[in-house]
Structures are given as C-alpha cells and as structure tokens.
Design a binder for this molecule. Structure first.
Ligand code: GDP
Ligand code: MG
Length: 311
C-alpha cells in the first residue's frame, strides 16, 4: 500500500476524533469570533503543545489578515503549509536512516511497551526486502520473553539474531552483535534494549554502558540512538523524550501506535521540543505497519478530516 493510503488508514482514529474536528473547523464559511479560540483549543487538545498551538493560531490569524482571506476554507492550505514547514524545520525529518558508513548501528531505546522490539523487527524486514545485510541484537536480557520475541521476529524476517539469553550483560550482547555485523559485512545492526520504568536509574546506567561499548567499537559516525515513543501517551511521550535525551542524546525518533491515538499533534510537539527528526511512524502491529514519516502528506491527511461529529 502506498504511504498515503496506509497513512489514511492508520490515522483513522486521529482523523475521526482530533483532526476531524480541525478539518470541520476549516470548512466554515466565515471567521466568526469563536474560530481562532477554538482552533487553538483543538490544537492543544490534539497534543500539539501549549506554546506551539498559540504560535500556530497567531501566525495563521496574521496570515489570514495579510492575505485578505475571507473564510476558514481559504485558510486550509496555509494551515497545511505551516504544519509541514514546522516539521521540515528539523533536519532529517521524515527521512529514512542513512546507512553509511556501514555497518550502521541503530540503538533502539525507550520505555517498556513503547514498541522497540516491534519496530526493530519491522525495520529488519524492510532492510531485508531492500537486499541489505541486517543483524538483530537481543540486548533486552531482562526478561526471557524479550529475547524470544526478537527471535520470532528473526524467524519471520529471515534475519540473524545475536542473543545470549536472559540475565546476560546487555553490553556484552551488543559487543558480540557488533563483531558479528562487522565480520558479516552487514549494512545495519539493530540493537533492541530493555525499557523497564520502575528501575529508571539502572535502566539508564545499562543504556549508557551499551552506548559506551558501541561507541567505542563502531565510532560516532556509525552509531544512531533511536528513541521509540508511544504516540498514544501524548505529552507524556514528550516528557519521556526529554528524560532520555538528557541521558543519551537522541538522534532519531520512531513514533509508534499512530493508528491507536486520537491525538495526532504529538509529532509537532516532539519536533518543537527535541529538534530531532521523526523518521518513521508505526501504524499497526503487522510487520508492514511502519511507514517513513512524510510531513507534507501527514499535514494533508489531517485536513481530509474524518466524520467530525463536533461543531
Ligand atoms: N497498534 C499498534 N501496536 C503497536 C505498534 N508498535 C508496537 N505495537 C504493540 O505494542 C506492544 C508493545 O510492543 P513491543 O515492541 O513489545 O514494545 P517494547 O517493550 O518497547 O519492546 C505490542 O503488543 C506491539 O504489538 C504500532 O505501531 N501500532
Ligand atoms: Mg521489547
């Protein structure tokens, strides 16, 4: 399925609840007094973040005046433009990982349940299909089930999984996997990690250690720290991102469960707060449900609206 079609399908929840409301708002024929206030409210409710919501509403208002626009309908394209350009102001936004020099190491980080393992598996499948050499590393050694989950993805995608089993040192697994990727001449090594929230201090120490080992072995130009965030958590995801970023500088974001959220604006919030590119969005649990994130198409999809029962 083409990106736009998949996005449209995946964003159903977003469109029906949040952007449905926004699209409806823009279908009005006059700028009544409530319009601007409501626009800002809807942006905030959609997880765009307070500051950016205010800013967007203000700049749209100015733009409407400057261009002499008569109705919200005429403002649609300007809205799409502004959303896309806000996103595109972050270098690398929507672009796939650059896999050079090889092997590139994608260190997958994020809290439990955010979708690290699933996204690692989905990426492995895409790279495999592109004919790239891929290796997965099971550096979530905290639970036996975690290693097993990655092994299943390995079987499903025909990708080799380097693992040592439960309780082993995750940094040692990462080291082994790096060696394997090197000697196999792989293009990409995807390292899955643990994300237990209740043990934040140890988790962060463990991540730092894995990162240190990979940095020493692979070097800065081969190592990317990927933060996997659950879009459903909205502003909490943004807070998580800030926490992770303070421990290990995040180089890219994958935003999962976009198919499940009613609030699409979180991507704008992340772009604004972290200035880190969102490269992929997760649109479901199936292996194919990971799409490169296209800011223009995303902005346009929002304007298509849903059933939009409100207003
Ligand atoms: N609907 C939906 N579910 C997802 C997506 N990504 C992951 N999941 C589900 O979220 C749950 C947690 O994912 P997992 O990869 O195990 O998270 P991890 O703890 O970060 O490794 C699993 O049930 C996944 O199938 C997505 O994009 N959409
Ligand atoms: Mg996992």
């Amino acid at each position: 399925m083409a990106f736009f079609a998949r996005l449209r399908e995946g964003l159903k929840g977003v469109k029906e609840r949040w952007s449905g409301g926004i699209a409806r708002l823009f279908s009005g024929s006059t700028f009544d007094a409530a319009f601007w206030e409501e626009l800002e409210d809807r942006l905030i409710a959609g997880d765009v973040g307070l500051e950016l919501s205010e800013e967007l509403a203000t700049s749209l208002k100015e733009e409407a005046k400057a261009r002499g626009l008569a109705s919200p309908e005429e403002l649609r394209d300007v809205f799409v433009e502004k959303v896309a350009s806000e996103l595109n102001s972050v270098p690398g936004m929507g672009q796939p990982f650059v896999l050079a020099p090889t092997p590139q190491v994608l260190l997958m980080t994020g809290v439990n349940g955010s979708g690290k393992t699933t996204s690692a598996g989905k990426l492995a499948l895409q790279y495999k299909r592109q004919g790239k050499g891929v290796i997965l590393a099971a550096a979530d050694t905290f639970r036996a089930a975690a290693v097993e989950q990655l092994r299943i993805w390995g079987e499903r995608t025909g990708v080799r999984v380097v693992a040592q089993g439960q309780g082993s040192d995750p940094a040692a697994v990462a080291f082994d996997a790096w060696q394997a990727a090197r000697s196999a001449g792989a293009d990409v090594l995807i390292v899955d990690t643990a994300g237990r929230l209740h043990d934040k201090h140890n988790l962060m120490e463990e991540l730092r250690k894995i990162h240190r080992v990979l940095l020493r072995e692979a070097g800065e130009e081969r190592l990317q720290t990927v933060l996997v965030l659950d879009a459903v958590l909205g502003q909490n995801s943004v807070a998580q991102a800030e926490t992770f970023n303070s421990v290990l500088p995040v180089s890219s974001v994958i935003l999962t469960k976009y198919d499940n959220t009613a609030k699409g604006g979180v991507v704008l919030s992340i772009a604004r707060k972290l200035r880190v590119p969102v490269r992929y969005i997760g649109l479901g649990e199936a292996p194919e449900d990971l799409s490169p994130f296209d800011p223009e198409e995303f902005a346009r999809a929002l304007m298509e609206g849903g059933t939009g029962e409100e207003r």
